[in-house]
Design a protein around this ligand. Structure first.
Ligand SMILES: [Zn+2]
Length: 106
């Protein structure tokens, strides 16, 4: 049985700045949030979409940010390694399988 599926995750990447929140009408700490979606086959995952938001820590309202602009500033990718690169293991397994089949022929 092949187990296909999809899921998502999110993470608070911490406070970025203090700015005036139009909803609270006060100066609030704004946090950077990431939301991502992934597809998976068994436990192998790959990311299908990601979005960044800058949102007020109190009312959680904010603005969506451009992914490329945010990632240019991030020191490391906030998405867990296996979620980003799980698919490479799948490719590796397929490559090994193909190799094994070809070796078996000779
Ligand atoms: Zn607010």
């Amino acid at each position: 049985m092949i187990i296909w599926g999809s899921g998502g995750g999110g993470k608070d990447l911490g406070q970025i700045e203090l700015r005036n929140c139009p909803t609270c009408e006060k100066t609030r700490p704004f946090h950077l949030y990431i939301q991502y979606k992934y597809a998976h086959l068994y436990y192998l995952r790959w990311v299908t979409s990601r979005k960044y938001h800058l949102a007020c820590d109190v009312c959680h309202r904010g603005v969506e940010l451009e992914t490329k602009a945010v990632e240019a500033k991030l020191e490391k990718d906030p998405i867990p390694f296996m979620t980003r690169f799980g698919w490479t293991f799948l490719v590796g397994l397929v490559a090994i399988g193909v190799l094994a089949i070809n070796v078996g022929k000779h």
